[in-house]
Design a protein around this ligand. Structure first.
Ligand SMILES: Cc1ncc(COP(=O)(O)O)c(C=O)c1O
Length: 385
């Protein structure tokens, strides 16, 4: 059983892949392999070999996501990807950054803080529910003004699990000279991605969620013409004029601008990045597209049954959801419900909130069984929601 490939505690019914992912055994083995390799000779691996090893690992990620290796650089998480772009933007007083009102709280906070510090405006455009994908991009573009420097939008939203049609937005924003940053924290591994076709100016995505990579793995993809504008959040050797005495420490320098400035951030564990190709191999070996399709269908089916029982409506058409579904609830005490589901039924599932609306955000992953879904459905009914 595929569930046995994961280290999830026996008996735990896990419907929260969306928060931090979950990592299969072969990927954990690759991670531990690289940690041991580093310890065998830290100077050889971190100092002399890591630049080539990282390039190889990045190449595997780039190929799987329709990108060029040189346009992509590893990040520890999508939050850092968003911060890297936001801090590189050189915001001025009066500038404006547009976003949707469905953005992830931590990224919202970063934009709010950085805009306030620069005297710029961070404006969130309401995306009403139920979600209509056909007018989403136009709604954002209509809100843009001559002061709009950048549009920031999730590819798949956090609390509402909506798949935004970002390719359309990027295309039209480019034509109007507006930069785009797409927060793809949940996208790689959950939906098909072709980063070159999507053509965002900046796209950050996680490997540790739906690609099932080790924790602390993500990437930032930058359109070639903009790469020279991107600064690291932690400045290191790539910014030094004199590196005498460190010849041969390729990792300190790198070949491309992105490598030089963004790759070496001081000494840190590089093993998680080197283990990402093992995650790609695992998904490939296990026919992931077939699991994704099954999980999507099961998630929608569960949503339909719970909604029918409660007489409520879905907040999005089926094609605007993937492996996560936001099942609307009548007003509940979210923390009491989460606690009840966990303590009585050993079910891990988040209760999310958007404005005044609440949802059970169910992530269905390949390790979930039909019995897991039944258990959740019964537990929700038993809780009266
Ligand atoms: C839409 C979105 N963006 C960004 C993040 C942050 O991801 P990370 O914690 O890996 O930086 C999340 C996390 O769930 C998210 O849902």
């Amino acid at each position: 059983m595929l569930r046995d490939d994961f280290l999830l505690e026996p008996g735990l019914i896990f419907f929260n892949h969306g928060s931090f992912g979950a990592c299969p055994r072969p990927v954990m083995q690759a991670l531990q392999h690289w940690q041991r390799e580093i310890e065998r000779n830290p100077v050889a691996v971190l100092g002399r070999q890591s630049a080539a090893l990282l390039r190889q690992a990045r190449g595997a990620v780039a190929t799987s996501l329709g990108a060029l290796t040189e346009d992509l650089i590893f990040m520890p998480n999508a939050t850092t990807g968003v911060n890297t772009v936001a801090r590189s933007l050189d915001l001025r007083a009066g500038d404006e950054v547009l976003a949707t009102d469905h953005e992830y709280g931590a990224c919202d906070a970063a934009w709010r803080h950085l805009c306030a510090r620069a005297g710029a405006h961070y404006r969130r455009v309401e995306i009403p529910l139920p979600f209509d994908p056909s007018c989403w991009a136009q709604r954002l573009l209509d809100a843009a003004t001559p002061r709009t420097r950048l549009i920031f939008a999730s590819h798949i939203t956090s609390t509402t699990a909506l798949v935004f049609p970002v390719q359309d937005l990027c295309h039209h924003a480019r034509a109007r000279g507006i930069t785009t940053l797409i927060d793809g924290a949940h996208a790689p591994g959950q939906i098909d991605l072709d980063l070159q076709a999507l053509d965002a100016d900046f796209y950050t995505g996680n490997c540790h969620k739906w690609l099932c990579g080790p924790k602390g793995t993500a990437f930032l993809h930058v359109r070639h013409e903009l790469q020279a504008t991107v600064d690291a959040t932690v400045l290191s050797w790539g910014y030094a004029e004199d590196v005498a005495g460190h010849e041969g420490f390729e990792a300190f320098l790198g070949h491309t601008g992105l490598e030089r400035r963004l790759q070496w951030q001081g000494t840190r564990d590089l093993a998680p990045f080197l283990a990402v190709p093992a995650a790609l191999d695992y998904l490939r070996a296990n026919d992931w597209p077939q699991h994704r399709a099954r999980c999507h269908a099961w998630a929608l089916d569960l949503q339909r049954r719970v909604l029918a029982r409660n007489g409520l409506q879905a907040i999005a058409p089926d094609h605007a959801l993937a492996q996560m579904v936001p099942i609307p609830l009548r007003a509940v005490d979210a923390s009491a419900l989460r606690q009840r589901l966990f303590e009585r039924h050993h079910i891990e599932v988040p209760i999310t909130q958007h404005g005044t609306r609440q949802f059970v955000r169910v992530s269905v992953q390949a390790y979930n069984s039909a019995a897991d879904l039944e258990a959740l459905e019964h537990a929700l009914a038993e809780a009266g929601v």
